[in-house]
Unconditional design. Structure first.
Length: 188
């Protein structure tokens, strides 16, 4: 694995972690201490914003924010699923196509999980797995990205950035947008 692939896998892992559950204080502390190597680039500026948001974040407030954005009483402010973003409904054709590719990769839904596999955090984590896989995966990173992340992730991160409940997660959205844009350019 090249250094660039390792870095990309780490960014996918970080975004997946931040979008799967509210972060722990130790993660916020680590983010706030990151060294940004290219602060003038759009990706560097996004990292700077996330660092600042992490430095200012209070764990209880971030926990409330996460729940308001993604869980809510009946549903959160955002619905972080690929099928929903692509069709307006959950459990539609994009999920069926994702399940086919996950099957080819040897991944299957855990029986104790109720959530569909097309949650943004799960898809980003699959990209991490593909990038860190030994050998050549049956579904490569470019194919998985173009089929399952590219069609909707940019809109999701844009919506997250504009969400009324977003504060810390506005920084996550900025990094997500810049990173997805970077990945889109790389795969062209």
């Amino acid at each position: 694995m090249t250094e660039q692939e390792q870095w990309r896998a780490q960014v996918y892992a970080l975004l997946a972690t931040l979008l799967s559950a509210p972060p722990e204080q130790a993660l916020l502390d680590n983010i706030s201490q990151l060294q940004v190597t290219e602060p003038d680039s759009s990706l560097g500026q996004a990292w700077q914003q996330l660092k600042q948001a992490a430095a200012e974040a209070e764990i209880a407030a971030v926990n409330q924010e996460y729940h308001a954005l993604f869980i809510g009483l009946t549903q959160g402010e955002l619905v972080p699923y690929g099928s929903y973003y692509q069709t307006g409904f959950l459990n539609e054709e994009p999920l069926a196509e994702l399940r086919q590719d996950l099957g080819l990769l040897g991944l299957e839904r855990q029986q104790d999980k109720r959530e569909p596999e097309d949650h943004i955090a799960a898809e980003l984590d699959v990209m991490r797995l593909i990038l860190t896989a030994q050998g050549t995966p049956v579904v490569d990173a470019k194919t998985f990205f173009s089929r399952h992340i590219s069609p909707w992730a940019q809109r999701f991160f844009s919506d997250l950035e504009k969400a009324g409940s977003a504060n810390f997660y506005r920084g996550v959205a900025g990094l997500g947008q810049a990173f997805i844009h970077s990945e889109t350019q790389q795969f062209k």
